[in-house]
Design a protein. Structure first.
Length: 199
């Protein structure tokens, strides 16, 4: 059961990476440098795919790698001891040392709320919202990070219609912008207009 869920998670992340990457559906171009922010990195499944698939991208990961206890999230197999979070942090640095040294992957060990000041407005091409999946935090992440997008940038996130994270859809809908749902679990919102700085 857990194995099947993990396999599905990997397939969804691959779809997410393809959605983000170049192609008809995407604002990104493989030949151009692009910069992304991923809120919620955990073991780095998506981060590894992104730096592996897109050699020109700079990928920022924002995650406190610490215990958190959101009630809505309890059933989602994410309740690790602090020692496990520390181990993940060390493994990411060991296994992705080259990408980190080349600054293609930049890991920020902080919450999304505290990390928002790291990034300039209108400076990134995409933001992936995959942190704390409560309605409150998801909406805050969307609103806080929307101004970071360049014109033509893209914001997307995971678990929109996952039955254990009902807050994600509430948060996305509360932002009152057009969005698409892909593969059943991914939401995508594009910043089309120059005056899109506010949500
Ligand atoms: C679903 S996992 C992320 C999965 C990851 N994107 C992947 O590729 O597998 C959720 C992550 O969000 C992180 N998180 C929880 N609260 C957060 C917050 N306030 N800011 C940023 N990240 C947070 C957790 O530590 C956890 O690693």
């Amino acid at each position: 059961m857990l194995k099947r869920r993990k396999q599905r998670h990997m397939i969804e992340l691959l779809h997410l990476a393809m959605t983000l990457g170049p192609g008809k559906q995407s604002p990104l171009d493989l030949n151009n440098n692009f910069t992304g922010i991923e809120i919620g990195v955990e073991q780095g499944s998506l981060a590894r795919m992104m730096v592996g698939m897109f050699k020109n991208c700079t990928w920022h990961g924002v995650d406190p790698w610490t215990e958190y206890g959101a009630v809505e999230y309890k059933s989602y197999d994410m309740e690790y001891a602090q020692s496990r979070w520390n181990q993940m942090w060390s493994e990411l640095h060991r296994e992705l040392r080259k990408e980190i040294e080349e600054r293609r992957l930049v890991l920020h060990r902080t919450t999304s709320d505290d990390g928002v000041i790291i990034f300039d407005n209108a400076s990134v091409d995409l933001v992936v919202v995959d942190g704390l999946h409560t309605a409150l935090q998801t909406e805050r992440d969307i609103r806080n990070y929307w101004p970071k997008l360049r014109k033509g940038g893209r914001m997307c996130g995971h678990d929109i219609d996952n039955e254990v994270t009902p807050g994600v859809r509430r948060a996305v809908e509360a932002c009152r912008r057009p969005f698409e749902v892909r593969t059943g679990y991914l939401w995508v919102m594009d910043a089309k207009e120059a005056d899109d700085a506010q949500l």
